[in-house]
Design a protein around this ligand. Structure first.
Ligand code: NI
Length: 155
């Protein structure tokens, strides 16, 4: 990372999360060795940055599993064979039913048969799970995956 980028990054950190605070952590030496090895492999510059990312990841994960009434954002990826006309109709109808939580979708023709769609979603977490479940169970959908992200306002 060059000097210019580093400066921009620090400004972002301070604006997004307020004042940086320090705290002490007691940790077993073998666990710390494992953590240092983990962060080195992933290219983190220091333990603080790696720890912040782990905390954010865990907070987002717990929001999705424990606070279904809150707002979340993410993307549903589905892969299917477009030659099955009823399947394509089903997918379209379901997306129209959930138009209020679908921000956009991108359709990619993977090859002669298969299509991949990325459906960007934002809304109540329970509703996003519901949409994922409805798409997943359609016969002919080969793969469906909800990438669970965040609006970023609390982390
Ligand atoms: Ni296609």
């Amino acid at each position: 990372m060059n000097k210019k980028n580093r400066k921009i990054k620090n400004i972002d950190e301070n604006e997004g999360a307020g004042i940086l605070k320090r705290f002490g952590v007691s940790i077993e030496s073998n666990l710390l060795d494992e953590f240092d090895s983990y962060i080195e492999k992933r290219g983190y510059k220091n333990r603080s940055e790696a720890l912040r990312d782990l905390i954010r990841r865990e907070l987002v994960s717990s929001q999705w599993s424990e606070r279904a009434d809150e707002e979340g954002a993410g993307a549903i990826i589905i892969v299917y064979d477009h030659h099955q006309k009823e399947l394509v109709n089903n997918i379209t109808n379901i997306q129209h039913d959930y138009h209020d939580v679908i921000i956009s979708s991108q359709h990619v023709h993977l090859d002669y048969d298969m299509c991949l769609e990325v459906i960007v979603v934002k809304g109540k977490i329970a509703t996003l799970f519901e949409l994922e479940a409805k798409l997943k169970v359609i016969k002919g959908v080969k793969h469906a995956l909800l990438a669970k992200s965040t609006l970023g306002d609390k982390i």
